[in-house]
Ligand binder design. Structure first.
Ligand code: UTP
Length: 490
């Protein structure tokens, strides 16, 4: 489209302020602005703004009677399952992994603003004895679970790791993996793709200019997954490789059981198209969304949308009625993803009022001290209501969930708690395997040695651990003094 046509289109849709500084721009700046404007569908963006604002006006007329917990028939809790049931699910999961039918969708496009880290969050080192980053820990869990599946079934299969990045995290993430030789994984089985962005608007629906030649934009939320799966060719890749089961999760849960065979097996055996792992809410006021049914539809109800009465309601056994805490840990069948990516444009837009830097009337960039505009995000869980067979798997929080959200100063969901939660879990694994370890001794178990506490008895049974900190490695890892040289271990 020519520049003149572009300007006419912007003017027709009330966005021509975006070219206000055109006469002042250098050649490079003009090229940059035109390239951004050409990618911008103003009609669609104005419609998105209108939809987003409408959604904030909807008065929540829902009352507590509309809310129902997940029915027992659609809910199982790992801590209550028999050992044989867990092995049954795990076996199915191993078979699917070995057959090459399992993929992981890693949500790594966030901006990590609360953590305040200038790199992708997956590159964060929470200070474990090994100094492994979140990405490395997850890569090694994939390696180990592939190995476990191969040992069990006698057939080697690969998990495909789909890593969703965003404008700002794509390059550093891909470079990081490359410079670490993909942590021992086959490069062909890692697919990086980029989620989309949405422009930031002021409260009147004008798109904000971040500089005279650059539009202010932000990633379109973790629910941007569905659009990018389609636009970036990932759905085709999933189909081409014959991947049937996708485990989707956030990048920041240090305890994540990546490609969990028990979860995959549970979902497959129930013929589920969509599922959520949940943890029990710790208290009625814990700020976590709950998975429940609203007028018959599976949804995540944000903690701010639950009345105190509903949040505090308990079953006769004392358990909170709405206790299924959502932890951004989901299962999708590939058929469901194909279907849902067609509904993608109907997904709810969540609006957050933010302080967004802007260019003022005099052309000076300002950093506001009060919210001056909105960012819009889609959430990954907003597709639950479209599932035909949605189920939940409750897991133990101390085994499977510890999120890295904040800087240490917040003292919650921060690097120190992530590190402590992982070391506490590893002490538990050592004790279960017959080892002796005091609470103040820090031993990290390499994921290459053990995925979920298995494979330790021979190594740690009757051992007394006194050296702290200590990194318990796999044989191969010890022989090479740690993958990528981060082996301060023993
Ligand atoms: P959060 O909502 O916690 O966001 O994301 P964040 O970026 O990690 O942190 P803040 O809010 O800026 O402090 C939950 C998961 O969703 C991913 C994140 O990378 C994280 O794994 N996410 C979030 C995306 O992939 N894309 C997004 O646009 C937003």
């Amino acid at each position: 489209m020519s520049f003149e046509l572009l300007c006419r289109s912007l003017a027709a849709h009330g966005q021509d302020h975006l070219v206000k500084y055109w006469p002042e721009l250098s050649k490079n700046e003009r090229e940059n602005l035109v390239s951004e404007l050409q990618k911008l569908d103003v009609v669609e963006m104005n419609e998105i703004f209108r939809r987003a604002m409408d959604s904030t006006k909807v008065i929540l007329e829902r009352n507590d009677a509309d809310l129902k917990p997940i029915p027992q028939t659609h809910y199982e809790a790992v801590p209550d399952l028999s050992e044989s049931k867990i092995r049954e699910y795990e076996t199915i999961g191993f078979e699917e992994i070995s057959a090459g039918r399992v993929g992981v969708l890693l949500l790594a496009g966030g901006q990590a603003t609360r953590l305040g880290f200038g790199h992708p969050k997956g590159m964060y080192d929470v200070g474990l004895p090994s100094h492994k980053t979140l990405f490395q820990i997850q890569a090694e869990r994939i390696l180990r679970v592939q190995q476990m599946a191969a040992e069990y079934t006698g057939k080697e299969g690969s998990i495909v790791w789909y890593i969703m990045t965003s404008e700002h995290t794509m390059r550093p993430t891909a470079d990081y993996f490359k410079s670490h030789s993909y942590f021992g994984l086959n490069e062909e089985n890692i697919v990086f793709f980029e989620q989309g962005t949405l422009p930031c608007f002021d409260f009147d629906g004008k798109i904000i200019l971040d500089s005279k030649s650059h539009i202010s934009s932000a990633p379109d939320g973790n629910g941007g997954l569905y659009r990018s799966l389609k636009t970036q060719g990932v759905l085709n890749d999933i189909t081409r490789r014959g991947v049937r089961h996708l485990h989707a999760h956030s990048v920041d849960n240090i305890l994540i059981k990546v490609a969990d065979p028990v979860f995959i097996g549970y979902c497959k055996s129930k013929n589920a198209d969509c599922a959520a792992k949940v943890v029990q809410k710790s208290t009625p006021s814990e700020p976590v969304g709950v998975v429940c049914r609203v007028n018959g539809h599976y949804k995540v109800v944000e903690y701010s949308e639950l009345t105190d009465e509903a949040a505090e309601r308990r079953n006769p056994d004392g358990r909170l009625t709405f206790s299924a805490g959502n932890i951004c840990n989901h299962y999708f069948s590939s058929d469901f993803l194909v279907k849902i990516c067609d509904y993608e444009s109907k997904l709810k837009l969540h609006v957050a009022k933010k302080k967004i830097p802007y260019v003022d009337a005099d052309g000076v960039r300002q950093k506001p001290s009060e919210p001056n505009g909105i960012k819009m995000e889609k959430f990954i869980f907003d597709v639950f209501e479209f599932a035909e067979k949605f189920i939940c798997l409750e897991v133990a929080r101390d085994v499977e969930f510890s999120a890295l959200k904040n800087a240490d100063s917040v003292k919650k969901d921060c690097p120190s708690t992530a590190r402590e939660d992982l070391l506490r879990l590893h002490r538990k694994y050592i004790r279960e395997a017959g080892g002796v370890i005091a609470d103040d001794v820090d031993v990290e178990i390499s994921p290459l040695l053990s995925y979920g506490g298995e494979n330790l008895t021979e190594l740690v049974g009757n051992e007394v651990f006194t050296i702290s900190p200590f990194h318990l490695k796999s044989m191969n890892e010890a022989a090479t003094n740690g993958v990528n040289g981060n082996g301060n271990a023993h």
